[in-house]
Design a binder for this molecule. Structure first.
Ligand code: UDP
Length: 334
């Protein structure tokens, strides 16, 4: 959509353009953030993506080039955020999210969760905008209860390899609630469970890209430990539908968004081999320290708040779509 037309050499901004909702998406060039950006643009919003591209890529939003409703600012969100004009909603989605990132760049992970959340909240407050924090099931650590309800406080090792992410997100949740209680900001907290789909990085080290990459190249699938640890997988489009519903709810406490599709990692490896019709074998590797043994969301609150949200894409279909995306990447050598 064009913002308006030229009259007597001047751009007259059309009323419909001016009246659009305007969102800021930090991390909007990343995996989840770019899918959220797609959704907001589809809903007729204007979107300002702020991303420092440490793990994101402009390739993820390149299909919107020429769309005046999207603007991109390359910036680290831990620095002061200045933006002209009104903002209706700040979605703080910036953060590396893969366990290998926690080891590769522990301090940026801590900073974006802590300082970045503070800056994003400050921007929302200055603009009188609503705010959403992308949090994580990692706040539950290696949970001693399953499934995990939002009321569970977690079992986190603050000084382990995942501590930088888990504690940064826990701090981010505390900061978000403080802005809500103290400044009256209208905030949301989403706790994502394992989400997958196109635009994940082939080399991001998480189980979905690793296994698909390995299966598509007939390399052995690397199962860490004995593969009995569980994860519940949600396809990104479904998860973003949940985010949209949460944004439109008036609910301020954390809400789990994820599926009940829980599998052991070993089962998951076999599903990936089957879906991709791969010749790959399974190879066992040493278990990772502090690797959560089980992870599945309790969706009681989710169902009450998100108006009966239900995932539509089953695991095999979602994996096929993701495999197609990765195949294109592998073939083009990216
Ligand atoms: N995993 C694995 N092989 C891999 C990558 C991951 O067995 O090549 C396991 C990992 O140990 C964990 C699960 O898969 O138990 C999910 O890992 P991921 O890195 O996707 O994220 P997490 O859910 O642990 O945050």
């Amino acid at each position: 959509m064009s913002p308006g037309k030229f009259e007597n050499g001047q751009l007259k901004i059309s009323e419909s353009y001016n009246s659009c909702m305007r969102a800021v998406v930090t991390g909007g060039a990343g995996f989840l953030g770019s899918h959220l950006t797609d959704r907001l643009l589809r809903e007729g919003w204007k979107v300002v993506v702020i991303d420092n591209l440490v793990t994101g890529s402009t390739d993820n939003i390149a299909h919107h080039s020429g769309n005046e409703k999207l603007s991109f600012i390359k910036q680290d969100v831990t620095e002061y955020l200045f933006l002209e004009g009104p903002v209706d909603f700040v979605f703080h989605f910036a953060s590396p999210a893969s366990p290998i990132d926690f080891v590769r760049m522990p301090i940026p992970v801590l900073k974006v969760g802590a300082l970045g959340t503070h800056k994003a909240l400050g921007l929302a407050k200055a603009k009188n905008a609503k705010f959403m924090l992308a949090s994580t099931s990692e706040v539950y650590g290696d949970p001693l209860v399953s499934p995990q309800p939002e009321t569970y406080w977690g079992n986190v090792n603050p000084i382990g390899p995942r501590g930088v992410y888990d504690e940064a997100k826990r701090y981010a949740e505390a900061m978000t609630m403080a802005y809500h209680h103290f400044h009256g900001l209208d905030t949301r907290i989403v706790r994502f469970f394992n989400t997958y789909g196109p635009r994940m990085r082939l080399d991001d080290g998480r189980v979905v890209p690793n296994f698909l990459h390995q299966a598509l190249t007939d390399a052995p699938l690397t199962v860490y430990g004995d593969g009995s640890q569980t994860r519940s997988f949600g396809y990104v489009e479904d998860i973003v539908e949940g985010v949209w519903r949460l944004a439109n709810s008036g609910f301020n406490e954390p809400v789990n968004i994820g599926t009940q599709d829980e599998h052991t990692v070993l089962e998951f490896a076999k599903i990936v081999i089957d879906v991709t019709q791969s010749q790959s074998q399974i190879e066992y590797r040493p278990a990772l320290p502090d690797d959560p043994k089980q992870r599945r969301p309790d969706l009681t609150r989710n169902q009450a708040v998100l108006n009966g949200w239900t995932p539509k894409v089953n695991l095999r279909d979602g994996l096929k779509r993701t495999a197609d995306y990765f195949l294109t990447k592998i073939r083009s050598g990216v």
